[in-house]
Design a protein around this ligand. Sequence first.
Ligand SMILES: CC(C)(COP(=O)(O)OP(=O)(O)OC[C@H]1O[C@@H](n2cnc3c(N)ncnc32)[C@H](O)[C@@H]1OP(=O)(O)O)[C@@H](O)C(=O)NCCC(=O)NCCS
Length: 206
Amino acid sequence: MRMLRGGSRSADCLPTRSVAYAGRHRTAHLLLPSNGPPLTRDAPIAGTQRELTFRFLAEPGDVNFGGNVHGGAVMKWIDQAGYACAAGWAGTYCVTVYVGGIQFERPVRIGQLVEVHAQIVLTGTTSMHVAVTVSARDTTAEGAERTTHCLMVFVAQDAQRRSIPVPAYTPGTDRERELAAYARDIMRMRKDIEAARRDFLARYPG
Ligand SMILES: CC(C)(COP(=O)(O)OP(=O)(O)OC[C@H]1O[C@@H](n2cnc3c(N)ncnc32)[C@H](O)[C@@H]1OP(=O)(O)O)[C@@H](O)C(=O)NCCC(=O)NCCS
């Protein structure tokens, strides 16, 4: 592994996860240290790289009482990939404001190769809608299966933790337009869910 610009320590010393960014203009490979900012070979990526994929093995430490990966571990992966995608697009720190439609379709087994794919599908003024899909396969077999999917919304913030505008994303293909429409649909449904939730909490505040 080569020494990378942007950090004083060799990347060899750090536990890392490989992250591939596929952007409209270029592809960059970053090494994410577990305890510091990304070490990058490139200039800032704000507004250029709208998707990324985490790839790693499901570890024994992620196990639940049934012997598969804990749902909470899957949600953490989703939040991390969604965050890295949104922060990369915004070029700044972001907070999660909404996670919707999460569905655990099938379990992830310990030892499987996991892929967590996150992509910007819609942007507002300060918000970014990120579709996240988790897939898994045995290391010795082809054909990863989708295990979980959800839509997240992140808001970009400055150093004073104020919400700030993000680069606008314009869907360019039919599939990208479909994904943007899907995000708008989920947002419409979110308003109904929020109304039901408000009503319930007003009646049962405890
Ligand atoms: C996210 C937060 C900063 C937004 O505050 P704000 O900027 O004053 O709120 P606004 O109402 O102006 O909304 C900002 C954006 O978020 C969007 N948003 C707000 N609530 C939302 C929700 N429930 N679902 C989807 N989007 C939402 C708004 O539509 C707006 O988007 P736009 O600028 O693209 O139009 C604030 O709600 C917050 O701090 N939430 C807690 C975040 C957190 O702790 N996350 C967990 C750990 S990271």
